[in-house]
Design a protein around this ligand. Structure first.
Ligand code: SF4
Length: 119
């Protein structure tokens, strides 16, 4: 796609190709984001989470809120997880509800960027 007679045209074509590649990457990221929520974490934590809720069956608003809060199925810090968070209300087993997720179901092992210690 090079045109030695028109340097500006050559530059425009290259810029367009970069923009198209960027848009494809953004679209792929948006599509894969819900899957990534579950991909980050051990199989054991994924099983504990699956016992509490099914992300695939959640409304888009719940998925969006979880994305915006940086929701993860497993905390890298054993002291910081939903079970120790002030916004968590325990339910059956290791499951509960999160006030910041409008009462959305979470597992005690999950975490997000808005974690705050219970007082
Ligand atoms: S605010 Fe975050 S860490 Fe706290 S219960 Fe909700 S999802 Fe879990």
């Amino acid at each position: 796609m090079k045109s030695p007679n028109h340097p500006r045209l050559e530059l425009d074509v290259e810029e367009n190709m970069v923009n198209i590649a960027r848009r494809k990457l953004l679209a792929l990221t948006a599509t894969a984001a819900p899957l990534l929520l579950f991909a980050i974490g051990s199989p054991a934590r994924a099983a504990e989470t699956a016992a509490c809720f099914d992300l695939d069956a959640m409304p888009a608003t719940q998925k969006s809120m979880r994305r915006s809060l940086g929701f993860k199925i497993e905390s890298p810090d054993p002291q910081k997880h939903c079970g120790t968070c002030t916004f968590f209300t325990a339910a059956a087993g290791d499951c509960g509800k999160c006030a910041l997720l409008n009462g959305g179901a979470v597992a005690a092992v999950n975490v997000c960027d808005s974690w705050a210690a219970k007082s």
